[in-house]
Design a protein around this ligand. Structure first.
Ligand SMILES: C[S@@+](CC[C@H](N)C(=O)[O-])C[C@H]1O[C@@H](n2cnc3c(N)ncnc32)[C@H](O)[C@@H]1O
Length: 364
């Protein structure tokens, strides 16, 4: 069935209204317009084949990072896909980790019964052996579940979010993926702040402290990363049409995310400072904002002439790019850092200080 491009454009328009909660129950929109259940199912199928796939690629990047860092789910666990839509988060989770844990129940929860029906049918087709449970909020596991949340934060008002966070505090692990916009990233930082005393922060942070983005001078920065698209996004007629019809950029998939786990040794600690967003690169230097293990934000400058390898890494970073050093770098910080002045804390002060005659680049 061909996607309903017109309906998808409208849906996406609603998602992009930053700061405004989308119209309630948009999956049921075709029903309200008198177009019948078939049109509503087509909308869900269209979303699932396009925008949800793009979200799935973001989940792939996050889950791949977790696996690479040695994280795995508890051996037996109930999984909840909260605000499941077509359950792309649950399906990507099963793809990456379904074989290495016993899922005692996969709970689908969404305010839209149509979405849940669609998600359940997809899962029955793709993962017939997984016990799927469709549950209202009060029948979700009370504690110790692994909770997936995907692209739902922008749809919750303050009281819904408060109730959700109270419930999340009782759970075992939280994997939360959102679009990498400034606003959603800062909302996710606020969520991290409200949950971090109950969990260990697994990703993306290289520390357990308060997020440095909460400090007013850093408010213009945001914690986002770029997930890669698979080759088919550029080689198939379907995705060419999708790009044209929806005006979406498939080259860079900005993502903000948060992974929390009650287990203290859920994943190996990352070895350094994490790149936020993309570095600003000229022919001469790369400038990057990084979040360091000491819980501070730094702006680093790397000269191509003196540190060509590091410059290249910043120009073409991986999804989870960590710059190794001890932080803050000083005389004992290792050869590369010792040769250069230390990074300057991010924000206006840092920029002013550099422009007042700093000759050599700082590098972690
Ligand atoms: C943008 S869609 C994302 C769906 C899916 N998680 C994904 O990543 O593709 C947001 C979903 O959250 C659901 N939702 C929004 N507010 C909700 C609430 N208060 N309780 C349950 N579900 C909610 C919507 O019905 C919708 O299916």
């Amino acid at each position: 069935m061909a996607p309903d491009w017109q309906a998808l454009r409208q849906l996406r328009q609603g998602f992009l209204q930053e700061g405004e909660l989308p119209a309630r129950a948009y999956w049921e929109g075709p029903l309200r317009a008198g177009r019948g259940e078939e049109a509503a199912r087509r909308l869900l199928a269209s979303y699932d084949a396009t925008l949800a796939q793009r979200i799935g690629w973001k989940w792939d990047a996050v889950l791949h990072e977790l696996r690479a860092r040695g994280w795995s789910p508890p051996p037996a666990v109930a999984v909840v896909d909260w605000g499941c839509g077509t359950a792309v988060a649950a399906r990507r989770f099963l793809h990456h980790f379904g074989a290495c844990c016993h899922i005692t129940g996969l709970f689908l929860y969404d305010r839209s019964p149509l979405a849940v029906q669609f998600a359940r049918a997809q899962l029955a087709r793709e993962w017939p052996e997984v016990p799927v449970v469709v549950a209202p909020a009060e029948r979700l596991p009370h504690q110790q579940a692994l909770v997936l949340l995907s692209h739902v934060l922008g749809e919750l008002d303050a009281s819904q979010l408060r109730r959700l966070l109270a419930w999340l505090r009782l759970q075992q692990a939280v994997l939360w993926v959102e679009a990498g916009t400034h606003a959603l990233s800062h909302r996710l930082v606020a969520v991290r702040e409200q949950l971090r005393s109950h969990f260990h922060v697994v990703a993306p942070c290289p520390h357990q402290a308060a997020c440095p983005l909460l400090q007013p001078p850093h408010a213009r920065h945001w914690c986002h990363h770029f997930a890669p698209s698979p080759p088919e996004a550029f080689t198939t007629a379907f995705w060419a049409t999708c790009r044209r019809q929806l005006g979406i950029d498939l080259r860079r998939l900005p993502v903000s995310y948060l992974v929390l786990d009650k287990r203290p040794h859920g994943a190996q600690a990352p070895p350094g400072a994490r790149l936020l967003g993309a570095a600003r690169c000229s022919q001469v230097e790369a400038r990057a904002t990084v979040c360091a293990p000491d819980g501070q934000l730094y702006t680093v400058r790397v000269l191509k002439s003196t540190h060509p390898q590091l410059y290249r890494r910043l120009k073409h970073p991986g999804f989870a790019e960590f710059l190794e050093s001890t932080w803050p770098p000083g005389p004992t910080a290792g050869a590369a850092a010792a040769q250069t002045p230390p990074p300057v804390p991010g924000g206006e002060t840092g920029r002013r200080r550099r422009s007042r005659g700093r000759k050599r680049p700082a590098e972690p």
